[in-house]
Design a protein around this ligand. Structure first.
Ligand code: F6R
Length: 251
């Protein structure tokens, strides 16, 4: 069991590498089930995938997608909702079929039934082939926040103060950041056949170090990934700067 750690020179190289892994996967299996993330980190990856699509190097027509998470309290057309993000950065520019796109849809619905339905859909799709992840400065993956315990399946979550603080950069004020979200659980994520985690920038260095420490803790959800058999971490030099000699213990 080992994490494959790829250290690259720049955000751009990280984005290209991640897009290439997705393209290779989709070429191998045209009806690939992709798990997708939002946030600043994968924006460049989506831009690369759109470029590949424009150059006819990738075809998403049979691809099925599941997003990790969505805020509670923002309508899908809100500019900061993850629905809006995904359409703006990816879906509006490529040929993923609308019926193949899955993002937890929380508005005006009971979160419990949304979560059960989401898990059922993942099962019906026969699981995720390739899951893309970012990492929070507090070690969260999806919105699985550090705590005494973690949830296995899709669930409603109270966002950690650190997450609200970090994500307030996307909103006019901190008070506008939703405090709750629906997220895939660590079991849903760990069920993916392959996982690629992207990390960029110095602010992620400590979280990346703990993720690769050789210790697993619910206090650092990303550390669970050390138990998965096929994880690739693509980190730029800044995000990898606290790994010993750039050569992590878990390699
Ligand atoms: C987003 C998600 C989060 C982010 C993480 C890092 O769908 O699930 O775990 O990946 O908060 O966000 P950025 O990339 O904005 O630093």
């Amino acid at each position: 069991m080992a994490m494959d750690i790829v250290i690259v020179d720049s955000y751009k190289s990280m984005s290209i590498k991640a897009a290439e892994i997705i393209a290779e996967q989709v070429r191998k299996k045209n009806d690939t089930v992709l798990g997708l993330a939002t946030g600043s980190t994968p924006e460049g990856m989506y831009a690369c995938l759109i470029e590949m699509y424009d150059e006819k190097k990738i075809d998403f027509s049979a691809v099925v997608t599941f997003n990790l998470d969505e805020y509670i309290g923002l309508p899908p057309d809100h500019p900061q909702s993850y629905h809006h993000y995904m359409h703006r950065h990816f879906f509006d520019h490529v040929n993923v079929k609308a019926g193949n796109i899955n993002i937890p849809h929380c508005e005006g619905r009971d979160p419990g039934s949304i979560c059960r339905e989401y898990e059922r859909k993942i099962r019906e799709a026969e699981g995720i082939d390739l899951q893309i992840l970012g990492i929070g400065t507090n070690g969260h993956i999806g919105f699985n926040e550090p705590g005494e315990y973690l949830y296995t399946g899709t669930h409603l979550v109270e966002l950690a103060e650190e997450t609200i603080e970090a994500n307030s950069r996307f909103f006019d004020s901190r008070g506008e950041v939703p405090e709750q979200a629906v997220t895939m659980g660590v079991g849903s994520i760990m069920g993916a056949a392959r996982i690629v985690l992207l990390a960029s920038g110095e602010s992620k260095a400590e979280a990346v170090r703990k993720m690769c420490s050789g210790k697993v803790s619910t206090g650092h959800p990303a550390s669970l990934l050390q138990l998965h058999r096929a994880v690739t971490v693509i980190a730029d030099r800044e995000a990898a700067s606290l790994l010993k000699n750039n050569n992590p213990a878990c390699q």
